[in-house]
Design a protein around this ligand. Structure first.
Ligand code: ADP
Length: 743
């Protein structure tokens, strides 16, 4: 470590100490509030008084100590859980809008209750954003009695609820919901034709659970609301055939990160001949070039059963992080159609996009945000730079005694698999529970088969249902359990030694606790740590070890030459390599790749930030129209909203068309970001005039009809989409592997 970074570490450490001291002081104050003598009624009455004081203008900071003491006492009476000191500290840090790092099993769910309660006293609603629907329901139910005891209402939202149910849930003081559901609701609100259809109140405060997953891994995922229109067909199958004819390495190639695909000169010539298109790089051919690029991606970079699967005739995407089917997900339009064409499926109409927002932009609509996760520190810089969130590391309730072993590094895949199976079988023979984290569904299945051959039965976590998954993962700490899971399956669910049985817990502890094995190194050390953190919760014994080989995707992608001294290249041996040198190399690779990903996200943000800015301007104007009670008539209001929505939707289609082809600008020596900005700014400037003239035209056409209150919108051809639906675009995947935009 050089002098400068030592200094930074020192300053950081002092800063953290300083912060922690502040939280400890608060803790002491909370401890001094003695509520034990108060009966339940008194406690409830004091809670109501706090609410009144806040409504009367007292600041939340002024009542924090009292509120936390009351909430803690309520939790202890209602749930039998008295918050640990570290939970009060975490709760205080959350109220201050920090990103709190707290190890797995330390009790983040209860820690969040205190800031949720405090901020809910303002009566503007608090959202606790959970990792999935199942946890939204579970946590609302689990913590609900505490809030109710304190005189507050709690609700949760999940997929499939009606508008009325959602309105009810969002009107509660505290609402547990996934960011995705909250976001889809937000998008539906943005196209509501009546105020009474709106489900959200203005956003107030969000506490994000598993914050690194949402704020970093999924931040750029666009949520989409689409409406029914006829499918446009397109050149999907023609391009899929052409892509099959072109040869990798000869006609097209990848960039060094295997993220982009490029036609070579020979490939372009061949394609031009087959398509009889003339020069593909001329602007009138840009749609052909874009769809050919998509087809080449679909053909060469997206693999069936790794990146997607076909089930019941439907294309289903596999989530890169969880390794499971990502419900409700599409790739961006062109690529989605290309994969469907590659698989010989008739392209389904994906409808017309009516509105879209990334999760990151959605989060920025909340005036106040805080987050919690077991793994924040590794991405502290990104949290700070992107969200202005400081990471606060809360010490564990009981010291962590987990042993993280050095990775075992093998030369080739077979050797790694053999060693893995041997290790698992040996440890399993002692009855010690083992949890194995793999990189894909395919790899989990392969390992399970090999284990079975070696006489080890295991649970493979590939459930399509979060609740079942939670059940299996919760049992991963039982005697003799072997659980093979993909990346982050069952996040947010606690693994207790012995599955919660105290006698068994002792036996498992004597065997060394849960043994976590990673079968590959992830791009980010944060994700590795997430897996390690499954063991050694609440001061339990436990250990972790990663098995890596030089043929692993990450190391390959990074370039084996850069990673290894020449003597070790092309080596094949069964024994692991001498670890210490390689462990350092691995860390280096992770740091470099993480940095690259961060940089790439920043560049990609340059595209979406501008569109979001335009969306907000447009949305503000729309809201004015929707809520304007003294507008000329309700007919005019409807007509104006109708044209605003249509024009915006056309604009989005234009934006996405421009974006799919924009990387080609760099071939003409133009900066794609600047070019993109110029074009969409120009297009956006045309919108108000278009809306005005279309509205005037329609009103004129409606003539006297327009003044009547009842217009048959369908008959007039002014009905909005007959059906809308929502989905996610698998954008983060594009960043990781196949960013077709060449950015
Ligand atoms: P995390 O989300 O931090 O991994 P959870 O909120 O799931 O942790 O809590 C982990 C476990 O600890 C749960 O089983 C919960 O019942 C228990 N727990 C949390 N806080 C307390 C407390 N103050 N007293 C007793 N048990 C607690």
């Amino acid at each position: 470590m050089n002098f400068a970074s030592k200094l930074v570490q020192k300053v950081k450490a002092r800063f953290v100490q300083h912060k922690l001291k502040y939280y400890m002081d608060k803790l002491t104050e909370i401890g001094l509030v003695d509520l034990k003598a108060w009966d339940d009624n008194r406690l409830k009455a004091e809670s109501l008084k706090l609410k009144e004081r806040v409504r009367g203008g007292v600041s939340l900071d002024d009542i924090l100590v009292e509120a936390y003491a009351i909430a803690g006492e309520a939790a202890s009476r209602v749930l039998g859980m008295r918050p640990f000191d570290v939970q009060y500290m975490a709760g205080t840090a959350l109220h201050e809008g920090n990103l709190v790092e707290m190890q797995t099993g330390e009790g983040k769910t209860l820690a969040a209750v205190m800031p949720a309660y405090l901020n809910a006293l303002q009566g503007k609603g608090v959202h606790v954003l959970t990792f999935n629907d199942y946890l939204a329901g579970r946590d609302a139910e689990w913590m609900g009695p505490v809030y109710r005891f304190l005189g507050l209402r709690v609700g949760f939202v999940k997929d499939g609820m009606s508008t009325a149910e959602r309105q009810e849930a969002y009107s509660a003081d505290i609402t547990y919901v996934t960011a995705k559901e909250a976001g889809f609701d937000y998008l539906r609100d943005t196209i509501a034709m009546k105020e009474s259809d709106i489900v959200h109140r203005p956003f107030h405060y969000a506490i994000v659970d598993e914050a690194d997953s949402l704020l970093i891994d999924e931040a750029r995922v666009p949520l989409v609301i689409a409406g029914e229109v006829a499918s446009t067909g397109g050149d999907g199958s023609r391009m899929a055939n052409l892509a099959r004819e072109l040869k990798l390495g000869e006609d097209y190639d990848f960039d060094e990160n295997k993220r982009n695909v490029f036609l070579t000169e020979a490939g372009a010539e061949k394609a031009e001949q087959i398509l009889r298109s003339g020069n593909l790089y001329e602007s009138h051919n840009s749609h052909l070039l874009t769809s050919l690029n998509c087809a080449l991606h679909a053909e060469s970079l997206l693999k069936r059963d790794v990146d997607y699967m076909i089930r019941d005739g439907k294309l289903e995407l596999i989530d890169l992080y969880t390794g499971r089917v990502a419900e409700n997900r599409h790739w961006p339009d062109g690529l989605q159609a290309a994969v469907e064409a590659k698989e010989g499926m008739t392209s389904k109409s994906s409808g017309k996009i009516l509105g879209t927002i990334t999760l990151q932009h959605l989060l920025s609509l909340y005036p106040k945000v805080s987050g919690m996760t077991a793994t924040a520190q590794d991405s502290a810089e990104e949290f700070e730079e992107t969200y202005g969130l400081s990471v606060v590391e809360i010490p564990p309730n009981r010291p962590r005694i987990r042993i993280d072993h050095d990775s075992r590094i093998f030369t080739h895949k077979e050797a790694k698999l053999k060693a893995l199976v041997q290790e698992i079988a040996q440890v399993h023979a002692t009855n010690r529970p083992i949890l194995i984290g793999t990189s894909s569904v395919e790899e989990s299945d392969l390992l399970a088969v090999e284990l079975r051959k070696a006489g080890v039965t295991c649970h493979v976590l590939n459930a399509k249902n979060d609740e079942k998954e939670a059940e299996v993962i919760a049992k991963a700490g039982e005697l003799g359990a072997v659980t093979v899971s993909t990346n982050m399956a069952g996040r947010g669910v606690d693994i207790r030694l012995g599955g919660g049985d105290p006698v068994q817990a002792d036996q498992v502890a004597k065997l060394g606790g849960l043994y976590v094995i990673g079968t590959h190194m992830n791009e980010s050390a944060r994700i590795d740590n997430q897996l390690r953190g499954r063991a050694g919760r609440q001061g339990d014994p436990g250990s972790s070890r990663f098995y890596v080989c030089l043929e692993d995707e990450l190391i390959n992608r990074f370039g084996i030459e850069k990673a290894l001294p020449s003597a070790h290249r092309n080596l094949k041996q069964d024994e692991p390599l001498e670890a210490s040198v390689f462990n350092k190399k691995m860390e280096h690779i992770q740091r470099v790749v993480m940095g690259q990903n961060f940089e790439m996200r920043k560049t990609l943000n340059k595209y979406s930030d501008m569109v979001e800015e335009q969306r907000r301007i447009q949305q503000e104007k729309r809201e004015e129209v929707l809520t304007n009670k003294d507008s000329l008539s309700s007919t005019e209001r409807y007509v104006r909203l109708y044209h605003m929505d249509r024009t915006w939707s056309d604009h989005l289609a234009y934006v996405s068309y421009i974006r799919e082809g924009i990387h080609l600008e760099s071939l003409a020596n133009r900066n794609p970001v600047d070019e993109f900005h110029n074009r969409i700014i120009h297009a956006f400037e045309q919108l108000p005039e278009k809306i005005e003239s279309e509205t005037a035209k329609t009103l004129k056409k409606l003539g006297t009809n327009g003044s009547k209150e009842q217009v048959d919108w369908e008959k007039e051809g002014l009905k909005g989409p007959s059906r809308t639906w929502t989905y996610l675009i698998q954008d983060q995947f594009m960043e990781k592997k196949t960013n077709i935009f060449g950015i």
